[in-house]
Design a protein around this ligand. Structure first.
Ligand code: BGP
Length: 475
């Protein structure tokens, strides 16, 4: 009794957070390329074009574009069964709506997927991970416009056809529900609300367009290759009622609605009563076109994937608030917090998996979980990241219980940021997640050289024992 034999152990990352080479081989600018570095408590400033003298961390990433063969070799050394990467839309269609795809961009991902497959690492591929073509933001106002649906579907079809046989596990929109959670969904949808528009109206409509696009893409994926499996992907922001006061329970339930709004549609193929409740609260119902309902029905997902980092609490009384990179919530006195104020709640992962299992009875896949922390490189080059090992161990234990005690159907665990990368929320390098250290710093210095942290050897053992041996290494 343990994790399934074919459990997918590995890591997850996104194109713009690792690739760099932001103008190479014909790549166009994306929303990620004009977002400057921030810091904890300092929001990332958005520009309308790259500006000299401002640091845009996506421009260099960790130079994965050039160094991926070495990185894949390190992932293989750890025994990875899967690696989640994303395709940058702007490498394939630099402006989002070009008449022909960019062959050099397509060829890059051919090389990457071939390399992964050759090493027995299954590519898990996200089509939209926070990098909308900037040209579409300027031309159409991004996901405010219905034009985006056809363009996104065309880009997805190009990828599905090109990588047929090389990729069979697909995710459409990363953390799609972030659109309802974020006060400024630049990452999720290329939108910063204008003063002359009603936020709720824009987000409900944009969400509808993304849901229709996601459904049409899922249908095409199944037609292009019956072996394809398509997943929904949400940020699972678990929230507990702060007290046993019934009103706290009601308020907390309301807070959790965005977790299920998108999943209901993607799993059931229709807007449910819960969605109607959300529309009532937001005061807006999406405008639909004939055919939309059929599209939603025909494009349901095969599994549900989630990112899980932290939990928070909700109450009718004012709370001390904490901020994550997308979601906000109240402080829980029972939990410790990271340097970036994310509450560490491994048990919450078990709770989350059970909530999803209870509601959908679909296979689940943890495709992001990890801990951002500052690491110290010792004089001999070693990095003793026991805090990271501790965080991961406790989350893997919680998953183990979800699988063995609660019988949750879990496909795999992809740790976020197996190699240090650019932080999404702050744009910093110093918020490190990796098993592999990258010599790159926030002032733009560093050689990009890679080195193994203690957690590298630990995770290798975890994979080798299929998650049974989580003890510290005797070193
Ligand atoms: C998720 C995003 C990722 C990733 C992760 C960690 O919301 O899907 O892109 O970055 O969060 O967040 P951060 O980088 O802000 O620490």
């Amino acid at each position: 009794m343990g994790f399934p034999k074919d459990f997918l152990w590995g890591g997850a990352m996104a194109a713009w957070q690792v690739e760099g080479a932001y103008r190479e081989d014909g790549k166009g600018l994306s929303t990620a390329d004009v977002e400057a570095r921030g810091a904890k408590g300092v929001p990332r400033k958005i520009y309308d074009k790259p500006v000299e003298g401002v640091l845009f961390p996506s421009h260099d990433g960790i130079d994965f574009y050039h160094r991926f063969p070495g990185d894949v070799e390190l992932f293989a050394e750890m025994g990875f069964k899967a690696l989640r990467v994303s395709i940058a839309w702007t490498r394939i269609f630099p402006n989002g709506d070009d008449s022909e795809p960019n062959e050099a961009g397509l060829a890059f991902y051919d090389r990457l997927f071939d390399d992964l497959n050759a090493r027995g690492i299954k590519p898990v591929v996200t089509l939209f991970h926070y990098d909308t073509p900037l040209a579409l933001v300027k031309k159409y106002g991004s996901w405010r416009s219905r034009e985006m649906v056809n363009l996104a579907v065309r880009y997805a079809r190009t990828c599905l056809e090109r990588y047929r046989g090389k990729v069979t596990c697909w995710l459409t929109f990363n953390e799609i529900n972030g659109l309802f959670i974020s006060p400024k969904p630049w990452h999720q949808a290329g939108i910063v609300y204008r003063d002359d528009e009603v936020m709720n109206q824009v987000r409900v409509q944009a969400a509808h367009y993304q849901l229709v696009a996601a459904a049409r893409i899922a249908k095409i994926a199944h037609e292009v290759d019956p072996a394809n499996r398509v997943g929904a992907m949400v940020i699972y922001h678990l929230s507990y009622p702060y007290t046993c006061r019934p009103e706290d329970q009601v308020k907390n339930r309301e807070k959790m609605l965005p977790q299920f709004y998108f999943l209901d549609v993607q799993a059931r193929g229709r807007y449910t009563n819960l969605c109607q409740q959300v529309w009532d609260r937001l005061g807006y119902t999406p405008k639909m076109e004939p055919g939309d309902k059929d599209d939603l029905r025909a494009g349901t997902v095969d599994f549900i994937s989630l990112s899980y980092y932290f939990s928070s609490v909700e109450s009718v009384e004012p709370l001390k608030e904490l901020v994550g990179n997308v979601a906000k919530g109240g402080r829980n006195p029972y939990l410790e917090i990271t340097e970036w104020d994310w509450q560490i709640d491994p048990v919450g992962l078990r709770v989350a998996l059970n909530q999803l299992e209870d509601r959908y009875q679909l296979p689940l896949f943890v495709v992001e979980n990890g801990m951002g922390a500052q690491d110290t490189v010792e004089t001999d080059g070693s990095i003793h990241d026991s805090y990271r090992i501790d965080y991961l161990r406790k989350h893997i234990q919680a998953m183990h219980e979800a699988v063995t005690v609660d019988h949750v159907d879990l496909m795999g665990y992809l740790m976020w940021g197996p190699i240090d990368l650019v932080s999404c929320g702050t744009g910093e390098y110093k918020k490190r997640y990796g098993f592999i250290y990258v010599d790159r710093h926030d002032d733009g210095t560093g050689s990009f050289e890679r080195s193994r942290k203690d957690s590298f050897y630990w995770f290798k053992k975890v994979i080798a024992t299929n998650g049974e041996d989580l003890d510290d290494l005797d070193r």
